[in-house]
Design a protein around this ligand. Structure first.
Ligand SMILES: *Cc1c(COP(=O)(O)O)cnc(C)c1O
Length: 382
């Protein structure tokens, strides 16, 4: 059976060109970047190259990036580290109801520590408005964190408007751009973004590495004690091979993003046209504009998403029910709940996320497989 992988928002296949760049650091170039000798210099140079590559992709300086173990750690470092350095005794924080758990659970933990948090509600399409963020502002607001694009629905938030607002009020603004990075050109300096999270394994790089951009001059406190690596913000020996791979993936992204956007949009449009549009059994979660080109999220009337997901997997089609982190959970997605989706659509959502390896032929087969599985689970004749 030739399997079809439509879960690129959970993890992308690694680009072979990325693996090529990583190989030396997994084999012969095993030095520690902190060592002074030749082997150390070799490893240090790899980390520096990657730093420039990721920085270039964002239009920022390499010295303003901290490599982390991924998106989750970067989100935690941004939010907790900023507060620890600047507002250790409390304050008012603003985020949205549809954040990734790496952000949402961090804010929930901060509430336990005595911070006040406003979870700005979203519109029916899953987007917040800058007006809603403005309404949530208080005199003691010290941090705003809004994701660039949602990992479940792909909906893109009005980051520029919120950034302008944050800048005007002098409030720090963090953006989780893990999903958007691969498809949206991001310029933190021009967008009023003070801290920005990206990660590697959603842009065809290896897993276990990400980065936090921190605007020059902004104070952030380290979350772990140890060595002086990463401007003392992320102690511990660098994951050199993964960082080198992340750098290469970012370089390729810069060169190929436009093509990837067009190709992905063509595929998700095909899913929409062939499967969703005009069929009352399907409900599109979100919209087809202000959405990442690679994601299409929908619910299926009368079908449990976990059961459908397994049925599809048996036919060789890999998709996700809501976010990957929630796979297997019986709880309805907090994102769809925040959108006020009708009860009957809440536990029946399927996310298809395409990538640069997918073809239109695969999409046609996937649509046929989903159509059959839906008819079967709804007891309709085939
Ligand atoms: C995947 C993801 C994360 C977590 O990144 P990890 O590298 O898996 O820790 C955070 N935020 C968003 C929006 C994501 O999609």
């Amino acid at each position: 059976m030739k399997r079809i992988y439509l879960d690129n928002a959970a993890a992308t296949p690694m680009d072979p060109r990325v693996l090529d760049v990583m190989m030396p650091y997994l084999t012969t170039a095993y030095g520690n970047p902190s060592s002074l000798h030749y082997f150390g210099q070799q490893a240090r140079a790899a980390v520096q190259t990657a730093r420039s590559q990721v920085a270039h992709c964002l239009g920022v300086k390499g010295e303003d990036l901290v490599f982390t173990s991924g998106g989750t750690e970067a989100d935690n470092l941004a939010i907790l580290g900023f507060l620890r350095a600047n507002f250790p005794d409390g304050g008012h924080l603003i985020t949205t109801a549809v954040e990734h758990h790496a952000v949402l659970r961090t804010f929930q933990a901060l509430e336990q520590k005595g911070y006040d948090v406003t979870y700005v509600p979203v519109e029916a399409d899953g987007r917040v408005t800058a007006e809603a963020v403005a309404q949530a502002l208080r005199d003691d607001t010290v941090l705003i964190s809004v994701m660039y694009a949602n990992n479940e629905t792909g909906m893109v938030q009005p980051v520029d408007a919120i950034g302008a607002l944050a800048r005007q009020k002098g409030i720090a603004f963090h953006v989780d751009a893990v999903q958007a990075f691969g498809y949206v050109p991001i310029r933190p300096l021009e967008q009023g973004i003070d801290m920005l999270t990206v990660c590697s394994h959603k842009i065809y790089g290896p897993k276990g590495v990400g980065a936090l951009y921190i605007r020059h001059g902004l104070q952030v406190a380290a979350e772990a004690y140890g060595g002086p690596q990463e401007h003392r913000l992320r102690a511990g020996t660098e994951n050199v091979a993964a960082i080198a791979g992340f750098g290469k993936a970012a370089e390729l992204l810069g060169a190929e993003r436009n093509d990837r956007v067009l190709a992905a949009r063509r595929l998700t449009d095909a899913v929409y046209e062939r499967l969703i549009k005009g069929d009352a059994r399907f409900h599109l979660n979100g919209r087809r504009n202000h959405v990442l080109p690679n994601i299409i999220d929908f619910s299926v009337d009368g079908v449990d998403s976990a059961i459908l997901l397994i049925a599809l997997d048996l036919q060789g089609l890999a998709v996700s029910a809501g976010s990957a982190c929630e796979a297997g959970a019986v709880e309805a997605s907090h994102v769809l709940q925040a959108m006020g989706i009708e009860e009957k659509w809440l536990r029946s959502s399927i996310r298809l996320s395409v990538g640069k390896e997918n073809t239109l032929d695969e999409i046609k087969r996937a649509v046929a497989i989903i159509g059959d599985a839906v008819r079967k689970s709804r007891g309709e004749s085939l």
